[in-house]
Design a binder for this molecule. Structure first.
Ligand code: NDP
Ligand code: ZN
Length: 352
């Protein structure tokens, strides 16, 4: 089969590989829809997870099952499926402890385009199919369905990590597709003020549509000054970080109230340390929590998020700004993601 791969750090290309082998609990799928991710860009061009050789990229897909192992109970050949970007081993001790994303070791629930070939190929392998696939609901928009792989669950996980409660004043730093879904999730959780930090106009428009109450443009001044101004010097209760750089923690701590929580889902692609300001962190005693997390993955999460789409409570299809056709166009879609033109939120590739 052919697949679009990371050849080594900084290099991509089409390669030929054997079709993956299906274990007893696994499924082999062919893609129906694919999306490149900012994480693919960090992986290839920032070398964020170290070097990889001839590893097929991609972890966001909707698929059709072409083979199932003999122990798979709930899926059969021909089923159209939502595929979680994170595919944990659900019987691992880490998953039993509530940290499925770290099943088998830190971040090891993230298998596609990390520990094994990803989904940008004619066929891809899904471990623990009963735990990691979900049926594609009849009639669901393929763009929305593909966003349930990663953008929706990751944005929602940011909100879970920040523990957003009704009435909280919240900042969402970064309103690319992940941050936008965090805005939508914060609104569903009943946040009061939602300060959305970004600069691209179509992201700003969508943030307002998804429930942001205020837009903070980080290119027009320090976000600390802007948010402290708007909150009359009080700061916010909860923060989701879904963009920015290593200075973002510094800013986030400065705008967080004592007792506040930061949920980080941003993938720190570069540098050795993150910066936490000592004084504003209460000299270590400010009860300001930072939790960074990979989203948990899995079938139940996909099914619940699909329920939100079906009930018209979230509209992830609106993230799709560019649509391509055919497997070969994943290359163009990925390069678009790398270049990030200002009108891009998320590209989608439909496979015939
Ligand atoms: P985007 O690059 O599309 O969005 C990043 C956002 O951050 C944009 O709104 C951008 O603003 C904003 N931003 C950039 N620089 C700054 C700054 N200095 N201060 C404040 N805001 C800034 O990324 P995605 O939405 O695709 O992904 C977000 C992050 O989530 C990525 O790091 C990605 O790798 C990670 N991720 C994590 C996962 C997980 O499970 N934890 C899974 C999937 C993704 P502008 O409007 O100017 O572009
Ligand atoms: Zn992704």
């Amino acid at each position: 089969m052919k697949g679009f791969a990371m050849l080594t750090i900084g290099q991509t290309g089409w390669i030929e590989k054997d079709t993956p082998v299906c274990g007893p609990q696994d499924a082999i799928c062919k893609p129906i829809a694919l999306a490149p991710c900012t994480s693919d860009i960090h992986t290839v061009w920032a070398g964020a997870i170290g070097d990889r050789h001839n590893m097929i990229l991609g972890h966001e897909a909707v698929g059709e099952v072409v083979e199932v192992g003999n122990l798979v109970k709930d899926f059969k050949v021909g089923d159209k499926v939502l595929v979680s970007a994170i595919t944990p081993d659900w019987n691992s001790l880490e998953a039993q402890g509530g940290y499925s994303m770290h099943s088998g070791g830190m971040l090891s629930g993230w298998k596609f385009s990390n520990f094994k070939d990803g989904v940008f190929a004619q066929y891809f392998h899904v471990n623990d199919a009963d735990g990691n696939l979900a049926l594609l609901p009849e009639g669901m928009d393929l763009g929305a369905a593909c966003m349930i792989s990663d953008m929706v669950p990751t944005g929602f996980h940011g909100v879970e990590l920040a523990d957003i409660q009704f009435g909280d004043n919240v900042a969402v730093i970064g309103i690319g597709p992940v941050g936008l879904m965090a805005v939508a999730a914060a609104a569903i959780r009943g946040a009061a003020k939602i300060y959305a930090v970004g600069s691209r106009q179509n992201c700003i428009n969508l943030a307002l549509e998804y429930g942001a109450t205020d837009i903070i443009n980080y290119r027009e001044g320090d976000i600390v000054d802007q948010i402290m101004d708007k909150t009359h010097g009080k700061g916010v209760d909860k923060i989701v970080i879904a963009g920015g750089n290593n200075d973002t923690f510094d800013q986030a701590i400065k705008i967080l109230k004592p007792g506040g929580k930061i949920g980080n889902v941003n993938y720190l692609g570069e540098g050795d340390y993150v910066k936490i300001p000592r004084i504003q962190w209460g000299c270590g005693m400010g009860h300001k929590q930072i939790i960074g997390g990979l989203m948990p993955g899995g079938r139940l999460r996909s099914e619940k998020l699909a329920n939100l789409v079906l009930a018209n409570r979230i509209h992830p299809e609106k993230l799709i700004t560019h649509t391509f056709k055919g497997l070969e166009s994943v290359e163009e879609a990925l390069m678009l993601m790398k270049d990030k033109p200002r009108d891009l939120i998320k590209p989608l590739v439909l496979i015939d």
